[in-house]
Ligand binder design. Structure first.
Ligand code: NAD
Ligand code: ZN
Length: 359
């Protein structure tokens, strides 16, 4: 079966393009109960960006702290219920922030029109009705959440996305000026998510000419941004990173992620580690699967003096390691892509536990 992917309806890219939001929203303003819901990373509270929000008095602006926890189903349900009870149905949702905020915006836009708890819809194509208009503005680049068809939520039972065509943003504004303030460690970890998306997309049975073209270009950009004399947080590199992130996301959409993302899900589920950081923790030990990629990632970390912790597994119990391995093992689509259809002959729970023990 070939993937039939729903892309973003509209994208604007360029320095200062954030200012176009007001005119973009104007034509939607009168829909539903005539107000917008803005969800904005709390980092921007009191910063210049707050004064540039094109919010009208009737709009609802929520600043949300995304640290330390990733978005939860409970958080989405509460936000939806509160807005519906106090104001009604918004004309649209605008998410301004990283993957966490963009996923909140995507998820809540769906939950405004789908009854009950978001836990009912964690999975593929479980959403029953299209959500309301939603617009995403990344302020940190790498996860590809701006382009993906999933909104990852942690629920009481599973960490799984609301995944369907309607999850994809109607509009994305890519303004590289917004990522200039990202601290170097987060710039690196989040960017490495893109790098790892591409390496994993390329190395597996689902790689194809379409996913390859995006990965090749995204990897080229990652190398320019993170390696060699031109590397660093410059304006030119921020332009490139925004595009690399989107292309990395498109590459994995047409292919698949692999061993690192499987292990990363275990780290997030059992220890609450954030996605991009968890990927870095895992990827550095995956020489057996992605030799050249691992060596290059280490070079990038070293060039920017970012050190990943070592010996973490010494502090983990056998039970915790088993629990992580079970989470990772239960992502068969990733192992199938990375190892092949006969992956179960090559990868057992013990193989995965050994990978965690290297960390
Ligand atoms: P994030 O949204 O969790 O933010 C990371 C940190 O960067 C936060 O402290 C935030 O306040 C800060 N930050 C954001 N913009 C900033 C700026 N301009 N200046 C200074 N600080 C800034 O980051 P993320 O890594 O982009 O997202 C991680 C989340 O994305 C996880 O919840 C993960 O599950 C999700 N994710 C989603 C997808 C998808 O396809 N939907 C893919 C991968 C990851
Ligand atoms: Zn990822």
């Amino acid at each position: 079966m070939h993937k039939n992917f729903k892309n973003i309806d509209k994208v604007v890219f360029g320095r200062g393009s954030f200012s176009m939001m007001e005119s973009i929203l104007a034509e939607k303003r009168n829909e539903n109960d005539g107000f917008f819901l803005f969800v904005v990373d709390n980092y921007f509270k009191g910063k210049e960006l707050e004064s540039r929000l094109p919010a009208m008095p009737q709009d609802v602006v929520k600043f949300i702290d995304v640290d330390p926890h990733e978005p939860t189903t409970e958080q989405i349900d509460e936000l939806r219920d509160e807005v519906l009870a106090n104001k009604g149905l918004p004309a649209g949702v605008i998410g301004i922030g990283g993957g966490s905020i963009m996923d909140i915006a995507k998820a809540v836009s769906l939950m405004f029109t789908n009854e009950g708890s978001s836990t009912l819809y964690q999975g593929l194509n479980l959403i029953k009705k299209p959500g309301i208009y939603h617009l995403g503005v990344p302020t940190i680049s790498g996860t590809g959440a701006e382009v993906s068809m999933t909104a990852v939520l942690t629920g009481p039972v599973k960490k799984l996305g609301l995944k369907c065509d309607w999850t994809v943003f109607n509009q994305v504004i890519l303004d590289p000026e917004l990522i200039a303030s990202v601290p170097v460690d987060k710039w690196l970890y989040t960017g490495m998510d893109t790098y790892i998306h591409c390496i994993e997309s390329e190395n597996g049975i689902l790689n194809n000419a379409y996913s390859h073209a995006y990965a090749e270009q995204s990897l080229k950009l990652c190398r320019e941004i993170y390696l060699g004399p031109g590397a660093g947080q410059t304006a030119e590199n921020d332009d490139k990173l925004m595009v690399a992130s989107m292309m990395g996301g498109l590459s994995l959409t047409y292919s698949e992620v692999g061993v690192c993302h499987a292990l990363s899900y275990g780290l997030s589920k059992i220890f609450g580690e954030k996605h991009c950081y968890a990927n870095c923790l895992a990827f550095q030990h995956l020489e057996d699967y992605y030799g050249e990629g691992v060596a290059e990632l280490k070079q990038m970390l070293a060039q920017h003096n970012v050190n990943l912790p070592q010996g973490l597994s010494k502090g983990w119990t056998e039970q915790e390691i088993t629990a992580m391995a079970e989470v990772a093992y239960n992502l068969p689509h990733m192992w199938n892509h990375a190892i092949g259809t006969n992956w179960k002959e090559k990868v057992t729970l013990d193989t995965i536990k050994d990978l965690y023990k290297r960390m």
